[in-house]
Ligand binder design. Structure first.
Ligand code: THU
Length: 163
């Protein structure tokens, strides 16, 4: 018997200004994610999430969370963006996705990380394209976290190779 560890590296920027100086394209993607929050439909949670996916052809596809009174019928911003990208550009890899949020109730000062279901969709998006997808997370303001590939966020992923 032995103990093992999984260790994940990620990059932390103090804010979007520091990011813009180091990684301007990703800072622009983050801005698009903030813009995407404007289209959210969130009468129940009042929590607006925006996502922006940059494809390898340079196109940016935005998504937002859309809720429903029959709760499971809603969808997170990340999956809205990734499914829209797949529907419109099925053969084009997703290089990066930015995720941001603001709440009508409280300040969101920490990066918002994708939920487990969205991570699982990210895994398969990556597997299809064979390119690691950068995941860029911020709240409404403050620090920005950047993960180089979904496996850094979700170790021991469910793999389709066994299906
Ligand atoms: N939400 C997202 O859009 N992305 C996530 O990764 C987590 C949660 C949405 C779903 C719901 O509309 C609201 O945030 C509150 O859970």
């Amino acid at each position: 018997m032995k103990k093992q560890q999984f260790i994940s590296d990620y990059t932390v920027y103090e804010d979007e200004k520091e990011m813009a100086a180091c990684a301007p394209a990703d800072a622009e993607l983050l801005l698009q994610a903030h813009k995407a929050t404007e289209n959210s439909y969130v009468p129940y949670s009042k929590f607006h999430v925006g996502a922006a996916a940059r494809l390898s052809n340079g196109v940016i596809v935005k998504g937002c969370n859309i809720e429903n009174s029959a709760y499971p019928s809603g969808l997170c911003a990340e999956r809205t963006a990734l499914f829209a990208a797949q529907a419109q550009y099925p053969d084009v890899p997703v290089e990066a996705i930015a995720i941001t949020a603001y709440s009508e109730i409280t300040e969101v000062t920490e990066p918002v990380a994708p939920c487990g279901a969205c991570r699982q969709v990210m895994v398969e998006t990556e597997q299809r394209s064979h390119i690691p997808m950068r995941i860029i997370c911020q709240g409404n303001t403050g620090k920005v976290f950047v993960f180089d590939g979904v496996e850094t966020l979700m170790p021991f992923i469910f793999l389709t190779k066994f299906l």
